[in-house]
Design a protein around this ligand. Structure first.
Ligand code: BJW
Ligand code: ZN
Length: 247
């Protein structure tokens, strides 16, 4: 098992070095080693909370206080967390490959920014931004805990977390950036995501159909495991730093 992982790492490292356009699509598993719970699986948020009560526009319209209390709790967890060696490795890959490396993340925690990635597409928004439901103003807000729940805009409108809930369209700008990167990728890495949420998961299909080789880093199998040339079954924080050794 260990030998298979080591052989996989050697060949993926070579592919990463040679590839001209690499995309890493990341999910909650990348932040798991920073102590931030994932959504699905053992210990995942959806084991204790029902998504339709917390992560839909209908839930927010029904009970903005409840939704904000959940986000306030998560912001507390995230603000005490630090980027882990997996985040640091992804930032180092960007430094080494320059414009040839794009991270597309489904995470809203901001840990890729804190680790240093700059070519970064945030598909599902950012938990540190608020958006006014009346005037649309987006503001950075790092208050932990929030002073008032639910918070309001100077225009008196209700503020919501600037994230993408189920049933909501992704930001056109972010989505177009992600599609562009996926279409031109020659290596597509799927890291720490169950790849069950669309349209994000569709980016792997797009990249694969356009000719990219696919690598998966995840302790569990995903719906794309069959299509992957590399399946490294382990923790992102352990495997990603190995890709940088003897580069
Ligand atoms: C490790 C690890 C370690 C652990 N190292 N790995 C059928 C029914 C109902 C709806 C749909 C349907 N089919 C499609 C839909 C639509 C829906 C959808 O995809 N649902 C599926 C669940 C079925 N999608 C949407 O609604 C999207 N919008 C949309 O489609 O709009 C259409 C539209 C068009 C035009 C106008 C209007 C509408 C929006 C989806 C938004 C998702 N939002 C959330 C919340 C974000 C905000 C927040 O965080 O609060 O995004 S849900 C949640 O899931 C979050 C995540 O970004 C996303 C993906 O989860 P992720 O990151 O993959 O995490 P997990 O927990 O699933 O997986 C973690 C993985 O890590 C596991 O595999 C572990 O093994 C692994 N792991 N430790 C490496 N150390
Ligand atoms: Zn406003």
């Amino acid at each position: 098992m260990l030998d298979a992982i080591n052989a996989g790492i050697d060949s993926l490292r070579a592919a990463l070095r040679e590839s001209k356009a690499v995309v890493a699509l990341t999910g909650a598993g990348v932040s798991a080693e920073s102590g931030i719970p994932t959504f699905r699986g053992a210990g995942g948020l959806w084991r204790s909370f029902r998504p339709e009560q917390l992560a839909t526009p209908e839930a927010f319209a029904r009970d903005p206080r409840l939704v904000w209390e959940w986000y306030d709790w998560r912001r507390g967890v995230i603000c005490r967390a630090e980027p882990n060696p997996g985040h640091a490795a992804l930032a180092e890959i960007e430094r080494r490959k320059g414009g040839g490396f794009t991270v597309i993340t489904q995470n809203v925690d901001g840990l890729h920014d804190r680790a240093g990635n700059r070519r970064l597409v945030k598909l599902h928004g950012d938990i540190w931004r608020t958006r006014c439901v009346e005037c649309g103003t987006v503001t950075l807000n790092h208050d932990v805990p929030l002073t008032v729940i639910p918070p309001h805009c100077p225009c008196d409108g209700l503020l919501r977390p600037d994230v993408i809930w189920f049933g909501e369209a992704l930001s056109a700008l972010e989505w177009e950036g992600a599609v562009e990167a996926a279409r031109h990728a020659d290596l597509f890495m799927l890291i720490g995501t169950s790849a069950m949420v669309y349209p994000a998961a569709g980016l792997v299909e797009l990249g694969h159909e356009a000719g990219a080789r696919v690598a998966i880093i995840n302790p569990e199998t995903t719906p794309f495991s069959e299509r992957a040339q590399w399946r490294l079954e382990g923790a992102a924080g352990e495997i990603l730093p190995l890709l940088l050794e003897s580069w």
